[in-house]
Structure formats: C-alpha cells, structure tokens
Design a protein around this ligand. Structure first.
Ligand code: MN
Length: 199
C-alpha cells in the first residue's frame, strides 16, 4: 500500500539511475516519462486531496473509491509506480524466476506463450492504456487490457506486472513502433519484484 506522508504522496524513488535502463528506455524517456508525466499526476492528485473525502486514504483505496479527475490522477500514479519500480538494468536472457515462473508455465503453457499473448494484447489496445498481468482470487493468472488510468485492482485482481502503452511511454525511443517497445521491455523486468507482488 502506498500511503500519503503529511497529507501528500511522494514520488516513488527509482531503484536505478535515469540512464541505467538504456538502450531499452533512454535517459531522455525516463526524464520525461518519470520526471514530467508521473510528476504531473502526483502534483495533480496532491492538489485535489485537501478537504476531499480522500484525505488520509492509501493510494490503492483512492483508486478503488474515486472517479473523475481524482481517479485519473490516482490511477496514473499507481500504474506508473508499479511500472517504474518493476524494472532493472538490461540483462540478456532475462527470464522469470521462482514462483512466477511456475505459475506462468502452469497457466500459459510456457513463458514464451505468455510473452506472445501479453505483447499481442499490449499492441492491440486501441488508444492509451496498459496491459497487465494479474492474479485472481482463485490464484489464476490473467492478462487484461486497461484503458487510460484503469488498474486491475478495481476488478478485484492483484496486479503483478504492467507495460505502459500510452504513446508517451515509447515515442522518444521507438516512435510509432509499439510492438518493438513491448518486445524490448522483457530484458529490464525485475522478476524479484513481480514475485514479491504475489505476496
Ligand atoms: Mn505513462
């Protein structure tokens, strides 16, 4: 749970330097996407909190309870916090480890089949949004497409991994080539973080 401190949400701290995800995500992309887009969502959310019904709630509680502008900014803060915190510097041959590896094989047949479906759903989402891997209340993995600021927690799912498919996530490094961006991200996924989200 992400909690406010003295009535405000802080920017999530990156566990790597701004240049450390290159060439998958360039320093320029991190400075704009994290430093400008995410900062704006956090600022807008913080500006809306004083005197509202959402004061003192965790970010996840706000996403589940809010609508309109508060929902959009809280949802985008949560989505981007999960996105940026799940990465690590590029590794060749980066594959899932531990429990998530077992679950991906069980529910999709193999990691490669999961990747293919995840990329297809990310590439096929019309407009702005996110592709997510979540686990449902029965313990089954599920891939969902979420538009705009939506997050799977509003459907009772526990989100594990997400790729941002808003154009601002890839346009500097990949221009219009969203499928190439999605394919490149696998080398920077930190599967330890994904495993920790399984709880
Ligand atoms: Mn984004």
């Amino acid at each position: 749970m992400i909690q406010p401190v003295n009535g405000k949400f802080d920017m999530p701290s990156l566990p790597y330097g701004a240049a450390d995800l290159a060439p998958v995500l360039s320093q320029e992309t991190i400075l704009v996407h994290y430093g400008k887009h995410l900062q704006t969502y956090v600022n807008n959310l913080n500006a809306a909190l004083p005197g509202s019904a959402f004061e003192g709630m965790s970010l996840e509680e706000i996403v589940k309870a809010a609508d309109g502008g508060v929902f959009n900014n809280a949802g985008q803060m949560l989505n981007h916090a999960m996105y940026f915190l799940q990465f690590a510097p590029p590794k060749t041959g980066n594959v899932p480890t531990g429990k998530i590896d077992d679950l991906l094989t069980r529910d999709f047949g193999s990691f490669e089949k999961f990747q293919e479906e995840f990329q297809t759903k990310g590439a096929g989402l019309f407009g702005s949004g996110w592709v997510w891997l979540s686990i449902d209340i029965l313990g089954k993995l599920v891939i969902t497409q979420e538009c705009n600021a939506q997050n799977p927690i509003t459907k009772g799912l526990t989100p594990l991994l997400t790729f941002d498919v808003w154009e601002h996530a890839y346009y500097i490094d990949y221009r219009n080539r969203r499928p190439d961006y999605l394919k490149s991200l696998w080398s920077i996924v930190n599967w330890d973080v994904v495993n920790a989200r399984l709880g």
